[in-house]
Design a binder for this molecule. Structure first.
Ligand SMILES: [Fe+2]
Length: 289
């Protein structure tokens, strides 16, 4: 039996969210849900999350899991909001604790618990958990971030930010504890899945204005990926990846995203005036001397 997979494209952040369901039991998992957050007005909105809620209700699905492939730096997660509205358990890779420690320090959150307790289930490489009559298997696939995991179910794999569509290459590796060498190894693990396994992207940046594309097979990636097809050496990949990362801009939503995503999308408490705030670190202060 294979799962039913429905994709949703969050165009503001080029993110793909998936609802994966067991056709027999109607249990479902929501993977990488995005919340709308406007950087300029600092305004949160649930329009995109409502699309997911609408689908889950229309299909009479029971949400069992709300899963993150990693702590995202380019969009805020709707995980906690969806848990409140639909139920389900929050899942992510156990090395989210490493991301939490890094950003606890950066944001100076002395009371923040960097033990993963904001999530219900922390998974490690080789573990599995059920979705109705189907099973998710976890592959640890770090490189973009230390906590990145791939979830495999039937002939389908949700690969987070590892590979993008073949015409777009692979994910950046310049975030804290990112590593092009680790990403190369993680992608080799993905390439060891059967050639016909379908790989589902976490993002599609629509190069040259093409239509959104969100999955392709392992065989296609191995043959066609512009940065990491099956015959590129590890050294050549690392050099190319690092060169490219040196030219990439910081994601617009990096500080709101990480501040909220290390909390599984929950807001830090309001201040005495009942207003909620986020922090922005300032770098280059020495330039004012
Ligand atoms: Fe990412």
């Amino acid at each position: 039996m294979q799962p039913v997979i429905k994709h949703f494209f969050h165009s503001a952040s080029f993110t793909l969210t998936y609802v994966v369901s067991c056709p027999e039991t109607k249990q479902c998992a929501i993977i990488d849900p995005a919340l709308d957050f406007d950087i300029f007005s600092s305004h949160i909105d649930t329009s995109f999350a409502q699309e997911i809620i609408g689908y889950v209700k229309k299909q009479s699905l029971e949400v069992k899991w709300i899963m993150e492939t990693h702590a995202h730096a380019d969009h805020v997660t709707a995980a906690s909001y969806l848990k409140k509205k639909l139920g389900g358990q929050l899942v992510c890779g156990r090395d989210v604790t490493s991301v939490q420690s890094t950003f606890k320090e950066l944001f100076n959150f002395p009371d923040f618990k960097d033990d993963g307790s904001q999530f219900d289930l922390l998974v490690r490489d080789g573990e599995s958990f059920d979705l109705g009559k189907l099973t998710f298997k976890v592959m640890s696939t770090p490189g973009h971030t230390p906590d990145s995991v791939t979830y495999v179910i039937g002939d389908h794999a949700f690969i987070g930010d590892t590979l993008f569509m073949p015409d777009s290459g692979s994910a950046r590796c310049d975030f804290p504890d990112g590593s092009a060498a680790l990403l190369y190894q993680s992608i080799q693990k993905i390439y060891q899945l059967d050639d016909n396994v379908k790989l589902y992207m976490c993002h599609d940046y629509q190069p040259n204005g093409r239509e959104v594309a969100y999955y392709c097979t392992v065989a296609q990636q191995k043959a066609e990926n512009i940065q990491i097809c099956s015959n590129i050496s590890e050294q050549a990949y690392i050099e190319k990846r690092e060169q490219r990362d040196g030219k990439l801009a910081v994601p617009r939503l990096i500080y709101p995203s990480l501040q909220l995503n290390i909390r599984a999308g929950q807001l830090p408490g309001p201040e005495s005036d009942n207003q909620y705030f986020l922090k922005t670190p300032i770098f280059g202060v020495e330039n004012l001397n």
